[in-house]
Design a protein around this ligand. Structure first.
Ligand SMILES: NC(=O)c1ccc[n+]([C@@H]2O[C@H](COP(=O)([O-])OP(=O)(O)OC[C@H]3O[C@@H](n4cnc5c(N)ncnc54)[C@H](O)[C@@H]3O)[C@@H](O)[C@H]2O)c1
Length: 492
């Protein structure tokens, strides 16, 4: 199967194009081949999106929303199929894949509701017989660049608010997970979205991403991916004076205080650290444990980790799937060695799994380090795999300082029964998301999603906040006095 671009409501052909293989991370088998598009393909898609946008912006927002209701309905109809493809292509276990597809469905209905709101403001004018208001205006053609770890959900966080607000878009999915983008383009087509509103261009970040950012007709770039790539996107976007929204890496921590429910904390840590094989931007990779409960927590974690079953995510009995590819495995192994060299104590895991039913796949054992120094590389850098670093602290103030000591600021969590500690923590943790008595993962689509410092640049995906990325404020003054009323002069 060859995956070609979807531009202006048409599927591209494979004449003269280069392709690269899409592989199942569970067994290394080739699933499809995906087009490596050129800068010319991007120009074609942008031209189509630009031609469609003016007309699309004139479609009343509640009518634009009707397309989202239809997309949501088709996604429900295809939910199991989409989930199976997602697991095959990305590797996450099937129950998580179903959860991710559901998130996309929820986003469709939630953003469709915005079609009847898209609230602006009316405010009093300082002059008599004058009316003042501000409205959200669509921006134009927007470029969406997404990662492989949430190939459906993140695309819906971006494309659905873009659509309802009256923009048209070019979406460049990650090269590792183009099949989900292909499936979504089929759904856009089936939902009857007008030609040129939704365009999907496959290919490398270096070629397709760069061409999107450099194209003067692309007015917004909404990017999710690593901090390293995000910085490049921001630099190039800055040169082109582009509005750039960045959602990037994380090094998220769970704080376990001495008054916490330890069993609950163990459940939260396991789910947040090893779900999606640790490849969530919100994954817990640090546990900041109070000295009084550290030993008990370690013992209970080790015991619970024995129950984790690893294997192909398509098998319902597995709790942890493979990581995305061989490069990811190498990176995780590298950090395990870094941890050992830095003097951290390896309590469990630390190895790739290659034999028996793991053959051909990219599997890594759930790994637990303890006695990790808060300022070590193991505790500071994003690994993006199933590796926990346990750091000991002796007060809430110290825990918060350790949490905030990394360059990232996406998600954090505290387990405690003390209401004062909880409220102090939610105030002082420098992250875009804070959980109390729950792990660091599990965002809901109607709240803003994003982070501080090296995780983001002040924008948010999801929630109504996403509309701030895809709309421009327009202030409108209507003077009905019939004479020239001069503002901005001293009338006193
Ligand atoms: N904060 C969030 O919302 C969030 C959510 C999910 C993942 N992430 C982060 O994403 C990373 C994992 O995803 P990844 O490995 O796909 O990230 P990545 O940065 O390698 O790639 C992300 C996207 O950017 C594209 N890209 C690569 N080079 C580019 C360039 N020069 N110009 C434009 N685009 C370019 C890629 O092709 C891909 O589509 C992790 O760091 C994770 O924390 C963040």
């Amino acid at each position: 199967m060859k995956l070609n671009n979807y531009i202006n409501g048409q599927w591209g052909t494979d004449t003269g194009a280069d392709y690269t293989a899409v592989k199942n991370p569970a067994n290394g088998k080739t699933l499809a081949e995906v087009r490596l598009s050129t800068a010319d393909d991007v120009s074609e898609a942008v031209a189509a999106a630009k031609a469609a946008q003016k007309k699309w912006a004139r479609v009343p927002a509640p009518k634009r929303a009707d397309y989202l209701y239809e997309i949501g309905r088709i996604m429900i109809e295809k939910k199991e199929h989409l989930s199976q493809v997602l697991t095959k292509e990305m590797g996450k276990v099937i129950e998580e894949a179903r959860g991710e597809v559901q998130e996309g469905i929820d986003m469709a209905y939630y953003m469709a509701g915005e079609g009847r709101r898209l609230f602006g403001e009316t405010v009093p004018s300082e002059l008599d017989n004058k009316f003042a208001m501000s409205v959200r205006a669509p921006i134009g053609v927007v470029g969406l660049i997404t990662p492989w770890n949430f190939p459906v959900a993140i695309a819906t966080w971006k494309s659905f608010p873009a659509i309802v607000a009256g923009n048209t878009f070019i979406w460049k999915p990650a090269t590792e997970t183009p099949m989900m983008a292909y499936e979504m383009a089929l759904i856009f087509e089936e939902a009857g979205l007008p030609e040129g509103v939704a365009n999907v261009v496959f290919g490398s970040g270096g070629t397709v991403g760069t061409a999107m950012i450099e194209n003067p007709d692309v007015r917004v770039i909404s990017f999710t991916g690593s901090t390293e790539t995000g910085r490049r996107v921001a630099e190039l976007g800055g040169r082109h004076l582009k509005k750039v929204s960045l959602e990037m890496g994380g090094k998220n921590a769970i704080i376990v205080m001495d008054d916490a429910d330890i069993d609950l904390a163990v459940d939260g840590i396991l789910w947040s650290a090893f779900g999606t094989a640790g490849q969530r931007c919100t994954a817990c990779s640090r546990v900041i444990a109070h000295t009084h409960i550290k030993q008990e927590l370690e013992q209970k974690l080790l015991e619970a980790m024995k129950g984790l079953t690893i294997g192909d995510g398509a098998d319902e009995s597995n709790k942890i799937g493979p990581v995305i590819n061989a490069k990811a495995l190498e990176k995780i192994s590298y950090y395990v060695n870094v941890g050992k060299e830095e003097g951290a104590k390896l309590l469990a895991g630390g190895n790739t799994l290659t034999e028996g039913h793991y053959t051909g796949g990219h599997y890594f054992e759930p790994t637990l380090f303890t006695n990790v120094a808060a300022d070590s590389r193991l505790a500071q850098e994003e690994i993006f795999g199933p590796v926990i670093s346990l750091i000991e602290i002796s007060s809430l103030e110290e825990a918060i300082e350790v949490n905030n000591s990394v360059v990232y600021g996406l998600s954090s969590s505290i387990f405690s029964r003390d209401v004062n500690k909880i409220f102090q923590a939610q105030r002082d943790l420098d992250t875009g998301i804070v959980y109390v008595n729950a792990g660091t993962t599990g965002a809901e689509i109607h709240l803003p999603f994003g982070g501080t410092k090296g995780t983001g640049n002040g924008h948010r995906d999801s929630g109504v906040a996403a509309l701030d990325v895809f709309t421009e404020w327009k202030s409108i003054y209507v003077d009905f006095s019939g004479k020239l009323q001069r503002a901005q002069i001293d009338n006193n």
